[in-house]
Design a protein around this ligand. Structure first.
Ligand SMILES: NC(=O)c1ccc[n+]([C@@H]2O[C@H](COP(=O)([O-])OP(=O)(O)OC[C@H]3O[C@@H](n4cnc5c(N)ncnc54)[C@H](OP(=O)(O)O)[C@@H]3O)[C@@H](O)[C@H]2O)c1
Length: 511
């Protein structure tokens, strides 16, 4: 993991397939504008939007302007030069994804952009299209000589050809393997950048800094001191305009298999030998490979699924999942999933990791909360003090980036009363510069050729391997008693007992 701007090529063309879509408008274009405004992109940088929708280049630029006004971190009006530069360097090509003649026309466009500079052809192909089209698109791009298999040493001479892919990386273990085999038919593994946008978030990267740049945490990062760990990815939103996809996936596939397990891997992996992609990804893969396979008993008792009924979220009425637009009235899809996971290694043996994710919960919250073991003896009991609350370290990723350490402290006064107090580090008030959006970091890393913050095929395989028994178990069970939690709650009631085994639910701010 290096400072991307130091390794940027002189020139690069970014081709966005699916340029008419939601991801392009909400995430990719704003990230590119913010990078332009902060002067972080290569000296010569062109964007080519490609999709089947009919946009003359001017209309596409207008479409970009509109999406920037709504979605950009940096206000476009405050950086008019950057906005004009970005738009001037953007062209749009209408075309079909499987038409050789359309893709040949695209190749000629790219060659005309490469020619004046005479520099190597650095091309980044962003697949912002439905994942089922990806393997076929790789073949078509190769047939049209747009994309070549290039080993790193060839890339240095001729320029790089890289593909950025979006999740989902498969629907299950078999389809993930098939997708990967399809991609690797035409590409080297080092040409594929699989985005898990959580890994681009500042606080997620900060988990590594916290662990490996401070001497006080690593000694207690193990089963001698840690009582349990909660990794929570809670959303207050429903399915929005992703109903069709979400109903075929569910919370386990949509969030647990990727974001939650990636957070777990970063939190619990062994120290890598260096902050380079090979070392970091290898340690994450080892950790995912050490997850204790869920026994039949655990599948029954240590895994929870739920689906929301109508309720109230943030003061607004929310309909039941089965009444959402685009969802079948008898849908069995889970909108909440929780797992009590264990890791079979020396460091973590016996420590429960409570992994949970759900939609339409009380509020948006992504957090890793580590509860440490209680002190062995309460010295203050004879003075009427209750047992001190255990220390807790919380790393919040969303909605705010912050770190909080809970310690026991003496309450002011003549009596020896103890209180738990939080020492807080909210990023927004401590650091004056704004955090870049995850997509800014990740696009820049893909241009610079640093895959540290992208998931490897091995990590994806191991994450699917871990969740597959749950998918199979649920498939073979009778219809679940859905809905089983109210929109605006913290999930199914059985979750409360499940989590309370080690730590009071309310302690985590979820009561
Ligand atoms: N949106 C998000 O926030 C988000 C978050 C995480 C991951 N993703 C992933 O990012 C990718 C793009 O997401 P998106 O939300 O932008 O998707 P989208 O709006 O449904 O699709 C993007 C574009 O893909 C093109 N397309 C090509 N083949 C298609 C097909 N068979 N069916 C439908 N459209 C097709 C369409 O453009 P033309 O018809 O004009 O060619 C469409 O505008 C997907 O893999 C998605 O899973 C998205």
């Amino acid at each position: 993991m290096y400072e991307a701007t130091e390794h940027l090529p002189e020139s690069c063309v970014l081709v966005i397939f699916g340029a008419s879509g939601d991801l392009t408008a909400r995430k990719i274009v704003p990230a590119l504008f913010n990078l332009t405004a902060e002067g972080r992109l290569p000296h010569r940088f062109h964007i080519v939007g490609y999709s089947r929708s009919d946009f003359p280049t001017d209309s596409f630029r207008k479409h970009m302007r509109v999406s920037l006004e709504t979605h950009s971190r940096i206000t476009p009006g405050e950086h008019p030069d950057a906005l004009e530069r970005l738009l001037e360097n953007t062209i749009y090509c209408r075309g079909d994804y499987s038409s050789t003649s359309d893709l040949t026309a695209l190749r000629k466009t790219l060659e005309s952009l490469d020619k004046p500079s005479g520099s190597p052809q650095n091309r980044l192909f962003y697949f912002a299209v439905p994942p089922e089209t990806a393997a076929d698109l790789v073949s078509r791009l190769q047939e049209s000589k747009l994309l070549e298999r290039r080993a790193p040493e060839d890339a240095e001479k001729k320029g790089f050809h890289r593909v950025v892919m979006e999740k989902p990386f498969g629907h299950d273990l078999d389809s993930a393997r098939a997708l990967n085999a399809g991609l690797l038919k035409g590409l080297e593994e080092n040409q594929i950048y699989r985005i898990d946008h959580y890994l681009g978030k500042e606080t997620v990267q900060n988990i590594m800094v916290l662990r490996f740049a401070n001497s006080i945490f690593e000694p207690v990062w193990n089963n001698r001191y840690v009582q349990n760990v909660h990794i929570t990815v809670a959303e207050s939103d429903g399915v929005g305009n992703r109903a069709k996809y979400f109903d075929s996936a569910g919370a386990l596939r949509d969030v647990m298999q990727n974001h939650v397990l990636q957070l777990l891997a970063l939190f619990a992996m062994e120290p890598p030998t260096g902050m380079n992609a090979a070392s970091v990804r290898s340690e994450k893969a080892k950790l995912l490979g050490a997850l204790s396979p869920l026994s039949d008993e655990e599948l029954r008792c240590a895994v929870i699924r739920g689906q929301y009924s109508a309720g109230n979220v943030g003061g607004k009425k929310a309909v039941a999942y089965r009444s959402e637009k685009g969802i079948a009235p008898d849908s069995r899809t889970e909108t909440f999933a929780a797992i009590r996971a264990y890791i079979n290694n020396w460091r973590w043996s016996g420590v429960p990791f409570y992994l949970s994710t759900g939609k339409r919960l009380v509020r948006k919250l992504t957090e890793v909360a580590i509860e440490f073991k209680k002190v062995p003896h309460n010295l203050f009991a004879p003075y009427g003090s209750e047992d001190p609350a255990p220390n807790m370290l919380k790393i919040q990723v969303q909605p705010e980036e912050r770190i909080a350490l809970r310690i026991a402290s003496k309450s002011p006064g003549l009596k020896m009363n103890l209180s738990a107090v939080d020492m807080e580090l909210p990023y927004s008030s401590r650091f004056s510069s704004q955090s870049p959006e995850a997509y800014e970091r990740l696009i820049l890393d893909a241009i610079a050729g640093d895959p540290s913050l992208f998931a490897s095929s091995e990590e994806i395989r191991l994450a699917w391997k871990y969740v597959m028994p749950i998918i199979e178990y649920w498939k073979n069970q009778p219809d679940p008693a859905f809905p089983n939690y109210q929109a605006g709650s913290w999930g199914p009631i059985e979750g409360k007992n499940f989590f309370r085994e080690d730590v009071c639910y309310a302690e985590l701010g979820k009561g």
